[in-house]
Design a protein around this ligand. Structure first.
Ligand SMILES: Nc1ncnc2c1ncn2[C@@H]1O[C@H](COP(=O)(O)OP(=O)(O)O)[C@@H](O)[C@H]1O
Ligand SMILES: [Mg+2]
Length: 300
C-alpha cells in the first residue's frame, strides 16, 4: 500500500516508528509535511500539492496533526478524504477531540463519565459556577490547551475568580472542572487501536505538580487496566469516532473518569510498556483500509 504520514516532524519518534513498521511490512511510505501542502479546490477534483508536485495514488493517510495546526492540518486531511483515501483519524474526529468542550459533551452524551464540568464565557454568575463545580479547589482549563499547558488548579475561590477573569479578558474559552483530589498527579493513558486497548500506562508527576503529562515532567509506568477501565476507554474511543487514539482517565473515588481522548497520541508508551504500537497500527490499516469507508456517525 502507499501510505502517507501527515507529519511536521520526520524526526519525531512516533513518525519514525510508523515509517519503520510500515516499511517492514512491505508498504511504500512517505512523510509529508501537511503545513507545506496546498489544496486545490475544483469541481469534482480534490487535489493536494506538495513542494511543486501533485500527490497522487495514496491509499492511506495517517494524520499526525499538531495541536497548533488543527484547522489547516484538518483541511489537508479532509482533502485526502474527499479523494476517498482511507484515514486512521477522520478530520472531523480530530476537530472534535481538540475542543475540550465539544469532546466532553459528546462523551457525556454517550454515557462516558467525566469529571463534573461547567463551561462559561462570562464571570457574571461566578459564585454559582464555583458552587456547581463543587467549590474550591477546582480545575480551570483552556478549551484548546494541550500537554498540560492551560490547565490550572485554583486552590481558593478567589484564585478561581481571578483565573476566570483573566481568561475572560483575553477572550479565551475555558471550562471549569471538579478537582479529582484523590488521584492528583496521576492519570492513566490507554492506547486504543482498532477500537481495542492495546497498551496502557500510568503517568505520575515527579514533583508536586497535579498534572501528570509527560511534557510536564511526568513519568510513565506500565499498568494493567481493570475490565471496567478497559471498557470505558473503548467506549470513549467509539463515542469520539476515533478507532486509534489515546484515552486519558483518572481513578476517582467513584470510578474511572475520562479526561480526554487524543487523536494523535504520542508513542512514548512503546518505551514504557514494550508494546509495539506502531506495528499494531499498520496491521489495523491493512485490515481496515479495504472495503467500504465507514461513515462518521457521531453527529456532533
Ligand atoms: N479534573 C481534574 N482533577 C485533577 N487533575 C486533573 C483534572 N483534569 C486534569 N488534571 C491533570 O492535568 C493533566 C492535564 O489535563 P488534560 O485535561 O489532560 O489537559 P491536556 O490536554 O493539556 O493534557 C491531566 O493529565 C491530569 O493529571
Ligand atoms: Mg491530557
Amino acid at each position: 500500500m502507499k501510505i502517507v504520514i501527515l507529519s511536521k516532524g520526520p524526526g519525531n519518534y512516533s513518525t519514525k516508528r510508523l515509517k519503520e513498521e510500515a516499511l517492514k511490512r512491505g508498504h511504500e511510505v512517505r512523510i509529508i509535511n501537511y503545513a507545506e501542502c496546498y489544496v486545490l479546490v475544483e469541481h469534482n477534483k480534490p487535489v493536494v500539492r506538495y513542494r511543486g508536485e501533485e500527490i497522487v495514488d495514496v491509499d492511506v493517510i495517517i494524520p499526525r496533526i499538531a495541536p497548533g495546526l488543527t484547522k489547516y492540518g484538518g483541511a489537508v486531511a479532509r482533502q485526502f478524504e474527499m479523494q476517498g483515501v482511507f484515514t486512521t483519524a477522520s478530520s472531523i474526529a480530530i476537530a472534535r477531540s481538540r475542543d475540550k468542550l465539544r469532546a466532553i459533551q459528546i462523551l457525556a452524551r454517550a454515557g462516558v463519565e467525566t469529571p463534573k464540568t461547567i463551561f462559561a464565557r462570562e464571570t457574571a454568575a461566578v459564585d454559582d459556577l464555583i458552587e456547581q463545580a463543587g467549590g474550591a479547589p477546582l480545575i480551570i482549563k483552556v478549551a484548546r490547551g494541550t500537554h498540560g499547558n492551560g490547565v490550572v488548579l485554583a486552590e481558593t475561590r478567589k484564585a478561581a475568580e481571578a483565573v476566570m477573569q483573566a481568561f475572560y479578558v483575553e477572550g479565551v474559552s475555558f471550562l471549569v472542572q471538579e478537582y479529582i483530589e484523590e488521584s492528583a498527579g496521576t492519570d492513566i493513558r490507554a492506547f486504543v487501536v482498532g477500537g481495542k486497548v492495546i497498551a496502557s500506562m500510568k503517568r505520575q508527576s515527579l514533583d508536586d505538580d497535579f498534572r501528570s503529562n509527560l511534557h510536564q515532567g511526568g513519568e510513565g509506568k506500565a499498568i494493567k487496566l481493570t475490565d471496567v477501565e478497559r471498557r470505558i476507554a473503548q467506549k470513549a474511543a467509539r463515542a469520539m469516532g476515533l478507532p486509534i487514539c489515546g484515552v486519558d482517565m483518572m481513578r476517582s473515588k467513584e470510578g474511572p473518569l475520562v479526561l480526554e481522548v487524543n487523536a494523535s497520541p504520542g508513542f512514548g508508551i512503546e518505551k514504557v510498556t514494550g508494546h509495539n504500537v506502531a506495528e499494531k497500527i499498520i496491521e489495523y490499516i491493512e485490515q481496515s483500509s479495504k472495503g467500504t469507508r465507514r461513515k462518521d456517525r457521531v453527529g456532533a
